[in-house]
Design a protein around this ligand. Structure first.
Ligand code: HXC
Ligand code: NAP
Length: 299
């Protein structure tokens, strides 16, 4: 076994030297963590969010911490004109954009019958249409300029299983996954790669405040359902994002990589709850249930 820590970079120093990556929702949470990692690997970074003051503060902090260059701009991904203006600013500042991470999202838990039409729309508009707006604007630019590029969309594991109580998000993330697979085929001829990461739970203020209320913590205890018995660490996801954006993954497209400690498969497994059976209980059960050789008819 290697002695490398699970949060060490797998990529060479300078992997993103001279390259620029745009991360939507890069001012907070996982977007911020991915941005930091790409800066550490030598990349230039562009981040956006609706709140200009949040992305500007993050940009200043990341520049200070890494010595890299960050452009921060307020941009609502639901508005195609703001998205085009953001991409224009990125080209003005850095002369090129090589990667796009569709990370911005909106989500909250709510029984579906309690949702207003606007509540459903607001999530779908941010997650699906926002991703579509950014993907289309970036793709058009790369195709017109005849430059290759890599896109990465952060979905989640219920993009293919579905999930109650977060139905607008599930519908939207499923759409993002299909957008990824569809365009991976259609835009392959332009040298544009599209992949997705499907995380399980990674603690962030944005997600926890809307999806993991402390009042439900004991009943819910999601980390107990995860086979690896812990939440993900931001750097684990950042490493995966870096791998998929880098040219080392030049032959990987249309893929979705799950990073959830085994959570969704455990949820799907018929007998996963047998995990709670103790060795003593297995002894008792097997004493009753396991056929004895002596009970079998002799040949
Ligand atoms: C029911 C709600 C609600 C809630 C808002 N609404 N929160 N309905 N339960 N908890 C309704 C409002 O009443 C309103 O409908 C409509 O939704 C829009 O709400 P606003 O507050 O006006 O919208 P806005 O200010 O634009 O905020 C958007 C948001 C908010 C999506 C509602 O949560 C947000 O800004 N989120 C961004 C960050 C985020 O969500 N991060 C978490 C991502 S984690 P009416 O009809 O009253 O007008 C993630 C993890 C996935 O995706 C997987 C985990 C394993
Ligand atoms: P987060 O910190 O709340 O990140 C969401 C970001 O999106 C915020 O910075 C927010 O900034 C931005 N955003 C929201 N609406 C926007 C809009 N209309 N235009 C531009 N930016 C917008 O949450 P997170 O946990 O890091 O989530 C990041 C990504 O990971 C999301 O795609 C999420 O679905 C996915 N994910 C997270 C988890 C998890 O457990 N954390 C699990 C699975 C998937 P503003 O509010 O300033 O706009």
């Amino acid at each position: 076994m290697s002695t490398a820590a699970r949060t060490d970079s797998m990529l060479k120093e300078g992997t993103f030297e001279g390259k620029t990556v745009l991360i939507t929702g890069g001012g907070t949470g996982l977007g911020r963590s991915m941005g930091r990692y790409l800066l550490e690997l030598g990349g230039n970074l562009v981040i956006c969010g609706r709140r200009g003051e949040v992305v500007e503060k993050t940009a200043a902090e990341l520049e200070q911490e890494t010595g890299g260059h960050v452009l921060a701009q307020a941009c609502d991904v639901r508005d195609p004109q703001q998205v085009e203006a953001l991409i224009e600013s990125a080209y003005e500042r850095f002369g090129r954009v090589d990667g796009l991470v569709n990370n911005a999202a909106g989500n909250f838990i709510c029984p579906t019958e309690r949702l207003s039409y606007n509540a459903f729309n607001v999530v779908v508009d941010i997650v699906l249409k926002g991703t579509y707006n950014c993907t289309l604007a970036m793709g058009k630019r790369w195709i017109a300029d005849q430059t290759p590029g890599a896109m990465l969309s952060i979905t989640t594991t219920y993009a293919w299983t579905g999930s109650g109580y977060v139905v607008p998000s599930a519908v939207a993330k499923a759409g993002v996954l299909i957008l990824t697979r569809s365009l991976a085929v259609e835009w392959g001829k332009y040298g544009i790669r599209l992949n997705s990461i499907a995380p399980g739970p990674f603690p962030t203020e944005g997600a926890w405040s809307r999806l993991m209320p402390p009042q439900l913590a004991d009943q819910f205890a999601p980390e107990k359902r995860i086979p690896l018995k812990r939440f993900g660490e931001h750097q684990e996801l950042s490493i995966l994002a870096g791998d998929l954006l880098a040219d080392y993954a030049a032959y990987v497209t249309g893929e979705v990589v799950t990073i959830d400690g085994g959570e969704w498969l455990r949820g799907a497994g018929e007998f996963s709850d047998l995990e709670v059976v103790t060795p003593e209980q297995w002894d008792q059960l097997q004493a009753v249930m396991k056929p004895k050789k002596s009970d079998k008819p002799q040949a």
